[in-house]
Design a protein around this ligand. Structure first.
Ligand code: GLU
Length: 452
């Protein structure tokens, strides 16, 4: 009877979310994953039951959608759509990245903002959840076009953000260069020099290790996962997707710890380098990203030890550990089946929601170590939190200090996930653990602050 009630509650909740958010498949996917793990927990804890906590968390506190008009190099007027989703401010100012990519829409940013709330809670730092972006395609744009677009975007966004209100950062398509242009425009319009953005350059308030932080954090988390089965990174083979900032940090740290990275990928396909991606090949990833041409194939042209597989995903490669580090929904059920058939022991997500729900369930059913991005990629935003701290105290910490804090935070997140996610047979369900641990802190703050 009790079980039936919980199942019914989950179904009713999802039906309501579906009805209120039509045409938002990514957002629904993210909310469903949380609902199936958190609703049973709420039902079993009377302090949270009947307070509509998850309903409130799934409704953004504020959604800002705005026109971004700008002029391209040929003098043509262009119009893009800008967004900022201010999802939840129960535990701190809204915090989360800005994504510039043609796939950006309300559904994608709502899923990202929803996940960000749980992720930021897991870091233990005082940051609420937010996300923003535009359907602007940086591919093939000149530096001046990027600058004009960033200025046009910030001209509106600056009315809604601030160091105590909402602190954006980078995401796909937004790196150090874009953050610089966004910061410059904010400072010019608001006439204040504050820590309103993170991921800043070192010369104007950025933090050491922030560029590496997401990837390093993923590997520190992966290390903890492997430790639960008495294994470590050394000697393991890794399949990594993507070739952006996150993949770069992952490759760097895995190689440093004695693992071998066999693949990276782009929208054109993946490369397989049987010698491993190490040494100057890692620096080449930075060049590849900066070149703005979006082609993984160039790696195989430069390094003949690598083979290029056009139009394919790297999950068909035999590896010990898989690290999806590209984007949402890039690892499907058939990929999960292939990875498991090839003996994968651990899947550590580095992107946000890279695995589909049925792929996740397949990993869990097969008792593969599996961690969701909201736990294992939290090192990026955690180090943004450390950048905010350094800005507030007007000091810069050494890389050793930031790296040490990052590692401590990742070990803490792993412990929180294990505490809430351990099944009776000892298997850690990191999806359940991350969702519940992330939920509890936000829920406590919301309960204390009343219905606002
Ligand atoms: N975009 C990153 C994320 O998905 C970082 C956000 C931040 O540093 O605020 O967590």
């Amino acid at each position: 009877m009790e079980q039936y009630n919980v199942e019914q509650k989950i179904q009713d909740f999802i039906a309501d979310i579906e009805a209120r958010n039509p045409n938002e498949p990514e957002f629904l996917q993210a909310v469903k994953e949380v609902a199936v793990t958190v609703i049973p927990f709420i039902a079993a804890h009377s302090q949270y039951d009947g307070k509509k906590l998850l309903e409130r968390m799934a409704e953004p506190e504020r959604t800002i959608i705005f026109r971004v008009p700008w002029v391209d190099d040929s003098g043509e007027i262009q119009v893009n759509r800008g967004f900022r989703i201010q999802m939840n401010s129960a535990i701190g100012p809204y915090k989360g990245g800005i994504r510039f990519h043609p796939t950006v829409n309300l559904s994608v940013l709502k899923f990202l903002a929803f996940e960000q709330t749980f992720k930021n809670s897991l870091t233990t730092l005082p940051m609420g959840g937010g996300k923003g972006g535009a359907d602007f395609d940086p591919q093939g744009k000149s530096d001046m076009e990027i600058m004009r677009f960033c200025q046009a975007f910030m001209t509106e966004l600056c009315k809604h953000i601030g160091p105590e209100t909402d602190v954006p950062a980078g995401d796909i398509g937004v790196g150090a260069r874009e953050i610089g242009y966004l910061f410059g425009q904010y400072k010019k319009i608001r006439n204040e020099f504050t820590g309103v953005l993170t991921g800043k350059g070192l010369a104007y308030g950025g933090s050491l290790i922030r560029p590496e932080a997401t990837g390093y954090g993923v590997v520190y988390f992966c290390e903890q996962m492997l430790k639960t089965i008495g294994q470590d990174i050394k000697g393991k083979t890794f399949a990594v997707s993507g070739f952006g900032n996150v993949a770069w940090g992952v490759v760097k740290k895995v190689t440093e710890l004695g693992g071998k990275v066999l693949t990276i990928s782009g929208p054109d396909g993946y490369i397989y380098d049987e010698d491993g991606i190490s040494g100057d090949k890692i620096d080449y990833l930075l060049q590849l990203r900066a070149s703005g041409n979006n082609r993984a194939e160039d790696y195989a042209t430069k390094y003949p030890s690598a083979k290029f597989f056009a139009g394919k995903r790297p999950w068909e490669v035999k590896c010990d550990v898989a690290i999806p580090a590209a984007t949402q929904n890039e690892l499907f059920l058939e990929d999960a089946e292939m990875l498991v058939a090839n003996g994968v022991i651990c899947v550590t997500e580095a992107a946000n929601m890279p695995s589909t729900l049925d792929a996740i369930n397949y990993f869990l059913d097969n008792k593969v170590l599996f961690s969701p991005g909201k736990a294992s990629n939290a090192g990026g935003v955690a180090t943004s939190g450390l950048e905010m701290t350094q800005n507030s105290i007007r000091l810069n910490w050494s890389s050793e200090e930031v790296d040490m804090r990052l590692k401590e935070i990742m070990i803490g997140i792993h412990k929180a996930c294990s505490d809430y996610g351990k099944d009776k047979d000892g298997y850690v369900n990191y999806v359940k653990g991350a969702n519940i641990a992330g939920f509890v802190k936000v829920a406590e703050a919301m309960l204390a602050q009343g219905v606002v």
